[in-house]
Design a protein around this ligand. Structure first.
Ligand code: HT7
Ligand code: ZN
Length: 868
């Protein structure tokens, strides 16, 4: 497989001004007729050959202007069709056949349940027809779809509908025109027997936009929440970013077979059913949260991604980092900003810090790739959003907004670069981002070591910040990053003190900038040693080492006025206790743990959701990034011991909360109610963990009586985490019987099974043989293999044979769906961090994968890197 490098970027020799497609869907194949109105790039001398991308195209006819080419006039090999146009302006036409019903990769045009749908990002369009399948070729598309009228009454594509009608033989057609030039990755087509739900949005300039959500009949009753989320997203983007929707119609289609969450195709978003369909009966609060965020994310792409797109795939973070940042702001504005920040940072630490520490570490702007699908990562998305967030932190809201306005105006209708974006920020602010741009090209999570000293006589407090960043593949040395430290100095009572210092400190934003490897800052006018609250709201994606006295740690964990930092301080206490227990399971649990839990539970100023986040122990996904080597069993025991300690010590309080936080009111999804249910679930989980029989009875009763999925899962998950195997099995059997006809509930059921502490290979095989499982359906695969692999206690602290099992599944899945298979190789890439008893079998499993014949570039790129 070929390595693609950013430094080799070259403008295309030819562009496609206009694309006319006719897609005729037949029983066993689909015919695609494509007419491309092409121009030679005026800067190019002579007449280079035209090479169009195309995968699995059965050629029926190739034509240049009026001339039908014979086989000797063109060449089709290595997924490229080569012709010689010999003109500045010409029409290229192809007629090809493709087989959507045999396409299990779920890229290109494929069958999903009863419908046919498309997925083109990043390079799926070349599976539909021959094309210059690269994002800097932007074209105006007109698409006509023809199909059997009974089987596929709904025919959709991008843009506005222009014509529809009947055809002979029970067939019909619909034609769509998208006036906005777009790259092929934003193309979409759908044919199906779908139920439609309508709404209307009136834009700020008074235009009426039709909103439509389509789903197969079995999913059709769950679209209200997504429609509502969409309208709120549209209004928010107008208000916060001045961005108005542009077409007359905005459509969403729900698909049961989908590789990722959703896709922002122009005017026709296609969603994984699990990321759009919600009902209180079947969706937990987390699911509602996720759906709202994904609907918003895809909608926001209409500007950050579609109107302004990426020049090449090395610019992916330009649209993804910015859009993740925008959707996080939307959720923060809509619900509770602290809750959102805590959960985003948790996710960053779990998914991105581990990526940065592993063999596939890459900067948010990778410099090379083999398979672009492998770069839709937490680094490009989530760390990319953190980088945008740092720009916001440095400039402040007003300048940041001027910068995005300038960016959208200047590059509207163009394929842009990350430099173009930064250039706009520099223009509006006069700030020099040259050094800051290192965040785009250097991989790895920087560490900031902080030392403090206090001179009581001079009233001076000194902080010394030393930044470093470990080597990552191909980057042995890093140059210093620009690191914004949002900060406050607190009195022992937690009061914020005025800041006067000699550092690069902005008192309007409370942000101190670190630019050197070592920065020393002296704060003056202090009559007692302050407590430093640093990196407030996680102002930079770094790890921090600072030795704090117990007293300062307590001040931060109980009194810091920044709720994010307060939570972080409390969680650090848990981490340190787990660290001690990990080294010696008999070590004593300090009293500070009890004091902190007591103070947190008794603090009336904290909202329920934050309370729940504060007292929940750090997940294994986060913990594992803090241990090297990881002794999986020791870590599992350590966390369990601390959990039981808190459970038993506060059993009475958990019981009281389990009762007082119960509600018989009808389900409502809002921040306060979701927070109440989160704290309720946390209390029940601790109470059950205390071992009291009443607790597990309470959890089972809650499960059985629940009228919404959040309550149901609060009860069920508590039972499943207990040692009561029999009861767990009974409830899981009951759950499946009750919900076996609901696709999303069945996916959850599979994941609940695979999430049990005792889950093993035998159970995994049984689950994969169950009628509910389907290897060609990514949601089902993720529910079983994904849930098993992220179940630390079962997967890493269980049998070492788990690694061989997952390797075998990856190899099998690779034949069906390489993109999804590749995601699972990441499970094994951290083999070097584990103690040998796990690390060696993990490595052997990777070796088995790599030695397999016919591996996809997707899997082989990641697996080979992991072994380097
Ligand atoms: N821009 C999309 C990324 C994507 C994707 C989506 C669905 C299936 C396959 C895909 N490959 C890449 C999703 C997003 O970030 O909004
Ligand atoms: Zn996106």
């Amino acid at each position: 497989a070929r390595t693609i490098r950013l430094k080799d970027y070259k403008k295309p020799d030819y562009t496609i001004k206009k694309t006319d497609l006719t897609i005729q869907i037949f029983e066993n194949y689909t015919q695609v007729e494509s007419t491309l109105h092409m121009h030679k790039n005026p800067e190019v001398v002579g007449f280079p050959v035209l090479q169009l991308n195309g995968i699995d195209q059965q050629i029926q006819q190739i034509q240049l202007d009026e001339l039908v080419l014979t086989e000797s006039d063109y060449q089709y090999e290595d997924e490229l069709l080569t012709v010689q146009p010999g003109k500045d302006e010409f029409v290229f036409k192809s007629i090809t056949h493709i087989k959507p019903n045999e396409n299990t990769s779920l890229e290109g045009l494929y069958q999903s349940g009863t419908m046919i749908c498309s997925q083109c990002e990043a390079e799926g369009f070349r599976k539909i027809t021959f094309y210059l399948d690269r994002p800097d070729v932007m074209s105006v598309f007109t698409t006509r779809i023809e199909a059997d009228a009974k089987q596929y009454p709904i025919l959709l594509s991008n843009g506005n509908p222009v014509e529809q009608g009947e055809l002979a033989g029970g067939r019909h057609f619909a034609t769509w025109h998208d006036p906005f030039p777009k790259p092929s990755y934003l193309f979409a087509a759908v044919a199906g027997d779908l139920v439609r739900h309508d709404d209307v949005f009136v834009t700020q300039s008074g235009r009426e936009v039709s909103l439509r959500i389509f789903a197969e009949a079995h999913n059709a009753h769950k679209t209200d929440f997504a429609l509502d989320s969409l309208k709120r997203s549209m209004a928010w983007d107008e208000k916060r970013y001045g961005r108005e929707y542009d077409l007359d119609i905005f459509m969403i289609v729900a698909s049961d077979f989908f590789n990722m969450g959703a896709m922002e195709n122009k005017g026709l978003n296609i969603f994984n059913s699990a990321a759009v369909l919600a009902s209180p009966e079947t969706s937990s609060d987390d699911r509602f949260d996720r759906i709202e965020a994904i609907v918003a994310h895809e909608y926001f792409h209409n500007w950050s991604g579609n109107r302004v797109t990426c020049r090449d795939w090395f610019q992916l973070t330009l649209k993804e980092g910015l859009t993740v940042y925008r959707d996080s702001q939307f959720t923060a504005d809509t619900h509770n900003a602290t809750v959102k920040r805590i959960s985003d940072v948790d996710m960053l630490k779990a998914a991105q810090f581990s990526e940065d520490a592993g063999p596939n570490a890459h900067p948010i702007q990778p410099q090379e790739y083999v398979e672009i699908n492998n770069f839709y990562t937490a680094t490009v998305y989530e760390k990319g959003a953190e980088v945008i967030g740092m720009i916001h932190t440095i400039l402040g809201e007003a300048l940041f907004r001027q910068g995005t306005d300038l960016y959208f105006e200047t590059f509207d209708g163009q394929a842009a670069t990350t430099d173009d974006f930064i250039g706009c920020m520099e223009k509006v602010s006069g700030h020099d981002f040259t050094q800051f741009k290192r965040w785009y090209v250097q991989a790895g999570t920087p560490n900031v070591a902080v030392e403090e000293s206090f001179d009581a006589n001079a009233g001076q407090y000194k902080l010394t910040f030393t930044q470093s960043c470990r080597p990552t593949p191909n980057q042995p040395e890093k140059r210093p990053f620009v690191i914004p430290v949002k900060m406050a100095l607190l009195s022992e009572q937690g009061k914020e003190l005025p800041i006067s210092c000699d550092g690069d400190f902005n008192s309007d934003t409370s942000v101190l900038l670190l630019k050197e490897a070592t920065t020393v800052v002296t704060f003056s006018g202090l009559n007692a040693k302050p407590v430093a609250s640093l990196f407030r709201d996680f102002s930079a994606p770094v790890t921090v080492d600072m030795a704090l006295s117990d007293q300062d740690q307590m001040t931060l964990a109980t009194k810091d006025s920044n709720a994010f930092n307060r939570t972080n301080a409390l969680q650090s206490v848990f981490v340190e206790v787990i660290r001690k227990l990990n080294a010696d399971i008999d070590s004593a649990i300090p009293e500070s743990v009890d004091e902190l839990i007591k103070a947190t539970l008794g603090d009336g100023s904290l909202v329920d959701a934050v309370k729940a986040q504060m007292i929940t122990l750090p997940s294994f996904a986060v913990l594992r990034t803090m241990f090297s080597p990881i002794n999986a069993q020791a870590l599992a025991f350590a966390r369990e011991k601390l959990k039981r300690h808190i459970a038993v010590t506060f059993a009475e309080q958990w019981q009281q909360l389990a009762n007082s936080l119960a509600s018989a009111q009808p389900y409502e999804f809002n921040a306060a109610e979701a927070g109440r249910r989160a704290l309720h679930g946390t209390a029940i989980s601790y109470w059950v963990s205390s071992g009291q029989v009443e607790a597990i009875n309470f959890a089972e009763a809650l499960y059985r009586a629940a009228e919404n999925q959040s309550d149901r899962l609060n009860g069920l998950q508590a039972v499943l985490s207990s040692d009561d195997q029999e009861r767990s099995e009974k409830l899981l059997t009951h759950y499946y019987r009750q919900w076996k006809d609901d696709t999303q509930m069945v996916e959850t059921w599979l994941a609940l099974n695979a999430g049990q502490k005792s889950f093993d290979v035998a159970q995994a095989n049984a689950l994969m043989a169950h009628e509910a499982f389907d290897l060609t359906n990514p949601n089902k695969v993720r529910s079983v293999l994904g849930a098993f692999a992220s179940n630390f206690e079962a997967f890493h602290a269980g049998e070492v044979g788990n690694y061989q099992f997952i390797a075998e599944q990856i190899v099998k899945l690779d034949q069906v769906n390489p993109q999804v298979a590749a995601r699972f190789t990441k499970v094994l890439e951290s083999w070097r961090v584990f103690t040998e008893d796990r690390g060696v079998p993990m490595k052997q499993a990777l070796e088995m994968i790599v030695s397999t014949d016919g591996l996809s570039p997707d899997v082989s790129e990641l697996a080979m890197n992991a072994l380097k």
